[in-house]
Design a protein around this ligand. Sequence first.
Ligand code: SAM
Length: 238
Amino acid sequence: MRFDVFTIFPGIFAGPLNESILKRAQEQGLVSIHLHNIRDWATDRHRSVDDEPYGGGPGMVMMAPPIVHAVEAILGPELEQTPVILLTPSGEVFNQDIARELAQYPRLALICGRYEGIDDRVRVILRARELSIGDYVLTGGELAAAVIIDVVSRLVPGVIDPESLAEESHTSGLLEYPQYTRPPVFRGLGVPDILLSGNHARIAEWRRQQALCRTRARRPDLLARAQLTEKDRRLLEG
Ligand code: SAM
């Protein structure tokens, strides 16, 4: 999976995407992240990429030409079949279903805004999909792009053990059950006996029940959409 990121602050990506699992995925050639500085497509001697908003108002708006030219130059004919994602707090809210959908493509382009945002003609010309990572406002799209790259990369075959993906929060439709590891007692708090029992059938049942109860308590909206078996309903009552 190849990610092409368009930004005026490529340095922001130096840290978070180059550690641990994502570092290994890049070393193994499963994921590659290509950073493109939008300023390289500016045409004046100040390398300007923003200007005042038409109609007045505070702040600056990122201009369409440098962004459109950058994306077209880097993607070339592949632009036709490559999803272009425009990060914006007014976009559709990113979630695991969208991540699964994006992970089907071999290449994604991500455009990071700054200032008051991006000239809307970029969205139209590049037929971009607008995505938000949540109902709050960041200073720029770079952290949002990093979140999307991280989430989608985990779904690329070979990056994560498929067994780890199967049960985790938002994959099964439920939040994950609580996890514990050594020591068995810490600050007077033990571990549920069932997890030390070695009875794998009962452990699986306990975990399912915990996942169901946790989801009901924290995210009833997810539980309402989850596909529940008769046994699940009994576990919820139990
Ligand atoms: N004036 C814009 C508005 O009210 O929608 C906010 C602009 S914000 C300060 C600058 C840039 O940060 C945006 O263009 C976008 O790329 C990025 N950004 C901010 N919040 C975001 C979010 N929740 N999800 C995705 N991108 C976000």
